[in-house]
Design a binder for this molecule. Structure first.
Ligand code: PSV
Ligand code: MN
Length: 399
C-alpha cells in the first residue's frame, strides 16, 4: 500500500464516528420470543457502560442513541443520564421518541384519526426535543409505526397532511443546531400501507417541514434488491441526507450485522459519500448510527464486529480513484469505471487500519482483544446476580 493510500485511509477513519443504539445492548427478541443473555444490559447505566466499552476498543463510537420511553424515567433524568455518559467518556447522541408502544397508538400516532391522540404524539415529540436540548444532543430521530393493515382502513391523503402539519410544529421547536431526522420503512408493523414508506416520502416531508429536517436511511428498510446507493446519491445531491441506521438484511427488517450479507453494497454506499466529498470539496455532515438488536449474538461483540466492518468498508471506499472514475465515466469506459470500484473494494486495508489503531493507542484487533479480556464473563456474572435480586428473568432462569 502506498503512502497516499495510507493517508486516505487515516483521514477517512479519523472522520468516521458511529453512534451505538442503547437498545442494542438490552435483552431483545423477535415477536416469537426472547433468548436472554446474562451479559445483556439491565438499565441505562449498563447500556452506557457497554457503549463506552465499544468506544474504548474501537475509538470510533463517541455517542449513544437513546430511546425516550425505555431510557428515561423519574430517576433517570436527562441530567443524570448525561452525567453517567460523561463519566464513561461518551455523550448522549440521537434522541428517539417512542410513538408505537402506548396502547393509544393502535391506529397510529401523528396519523391517528383521533386528534387527541395526534396531540399526545406531538407532545411526546416536543418533550423529546426538550430532552435533546437537556442532553445537548443535536439529533431527534423520528420513526413512525403508523400505517394501516387493510385497504380502505383510513384516508391516506388525510394522514399525509397531518404528518406535514405535526412535523412542521416539531421543526418550530428545534434550536438552531438541532436536526430532525425522518426515517422511512416500507412495511411492519403496518402491512397494507405505512405513512412514510420510502425515501421519496421522507424527502418530500423533510422539504415541506423545513431546512433542519433531513432523511434517515435505515439500510434494512428497503425492498429486496433496491439500489440504496442511488437513494444516497440523490439525497446527497438534494442536501437532505441526514443519517444512516446501519444493519444488514436478507428478507425484511432483519437487524443483521452490517455487511454480513452484502458488504459490497455498504462499500458502494460509502463510495457515493466519498465521491460527493471528492467532487464538491466538502465532506457532507452525516450521522452514522447503528440500529441492530441482536437476539443470538453477544451484544457487545456484535457491536464491535459492526463498527470494525464499517471502518474497513469505509476505508476501502476511500481508496476509489475518483479522478480516474469520472474520466472513465465521461468517455463511457464501462469496464475501467467498474474496475475502479472493484479494485478499491478488493484492496486489503487491514494493515493500514492496524497502523491507524496503533497511532491512536487502540488494540490492533478490537474484537479479539475484547474476547480475550474476560469482560463478558465479568459483566455476565454481575448482571445475573443483579437480575436475581431484582426478580427479573434471565438466561439461567430457564435452565
Ligand atoms: C423499527 O423498525 C426500528 O428498528 C426502526 O428502525 C427505528 O429506528 C428503531 O426501531 C428504533 O425505534
Ligand atoms: Mn432504524
Amino acid at each position: 500500500m502506498n503512502n497516499i493510500h495510507t493517508e486516505r485511509i487515516f483521514q477517512a477513519l479519523d472522520g468516521l464516528d458511529i453512534e451505538l443504539p442503547s437498545w442494542g445492548f438490552a435483552d431483545t427478541g423477535t415477536r416469537f420470543g426472547k433468548f436472554h443473555q446474562d451479559a445483556a444490559a439491565i438499565d441505562i447505566y449498563d447500556k452506557i457502560k457497554d457503549a463506552a466499552t465499544v468506544h474504548r476498543l474501537t475509538g470510533a463510537c463517541s455517542t449513544m442513541a437513546v430511546h425516550v420511553l425505555w431510557d428515561f424515567n423519574e430517576e433517570q433524568t436527562p441530567a443524570t443520564v448525561t452525567r453517567a455518559a460523561t463519566s464513561e467518556s461518551i455523550r448522549i447522541g440521537s434522541i428517539n421518541p417512542n410513538l408505537f408502544q402506548d396502547q393509544v397508538y393502535k391506529l397510529g400516532s401523528f396519523g391517528n384519526p383521533d386528534t387527541g391522540i395526534q396531540n399526545q404524539a406531538l407532545q411526546h415529540c416536543l418533550d423529546s426535543i426538550d430532552i435533546a436540548t437537556q442532553c445537548d444532543s443535536p439529533i431527534i430521530t423520528l420513526w413512525f409505526a403508523d400505517g394501516t393493515n387493510y385497504p380502505g382502513q383510513d384516508d391516506i391523503r388525510r394522514r399525509k397532511r397531518v404528518f406535514e402539519q405535526h412535523l412542521q410544529r416539531c421543526h418550530e421547536s428545534l434550536s438552531e443546531d438541532q436536526t430532525l431526522l425522518i426515517e422511512y420503512k416500507p412495511f411492519e408493523p403496518a402491512f397494507y400501507h405505512t405513512d412514510i414508506a420510502d425515501w421519496g416520502m421522507s424527502l418530500q416531508l423533510a422539504q415541506k417541514t423545513g431546512s433542519q429536517a433531513k432523511v434517515l436511511v435505515d439500510t434494512g428498510h428497503h425492498y429486496a434488491s433496491q439500489n440504496i446507493e442511488q437513494i444516497v446519491a440523490w439525497l446527497l445531491d438534494e442536501g437532505r441526507l441526514g443519517g444512516f441506521h446501519f444493519n444488514d438484511r436478507r428478507y425484511a427488517d432483519d437487524d443483521l450485522t452490517l455487511g454480513s450479507i452484502d458488504p459490497y453494497q455498504v462499500f458502494r454506499i460509502f463510495a457515493e459519500i466519498h465521491g460527493y466529498a471528492h467532487d464538491t470539496g466538502s465532506a457532507p455532515e452525516i450521522a452514522y448510527m447503528v440500529d441492530q438488536s441482536h437476539n443470538l449474538k453477544p451484544k457487545i461483540q456484535a457491536m464491535i464486529q459492526t463498527v470494525t466492518w464499517a471502518q474497513e468498508l469505509y476505508a476501502k471506499a476511500a481508496l476509489v480513484d475518483f479522478n480516474k472514475l469520472r474520466q472513465y465515466q465521461s468517455t463511457g469506459d464501462i469496464i475501467e469505471a467498474e474496475q475502479c470500484l472493484q479494485r478499491a473494494f478488493m484492496t486489503d486495508v487491514t494493515g493500514a487500519i492496524k497502523d491507524w489503531r496503533n497511532q491512536h493507542k487502540l488494540p490492533e484487533n478490537p474484537l479479539q482483544s475484547y474476547r480475550e479480556s474476560g469482560h463478558e464473563q465479568t459483566i455476565a456474572k454481575e448482571r445475573k446476580e443483579r437480575r436475581a435480586q431484582l426478580g427479573l428473568s434471565s438466561a439461567s432462569s430457564y435452565a
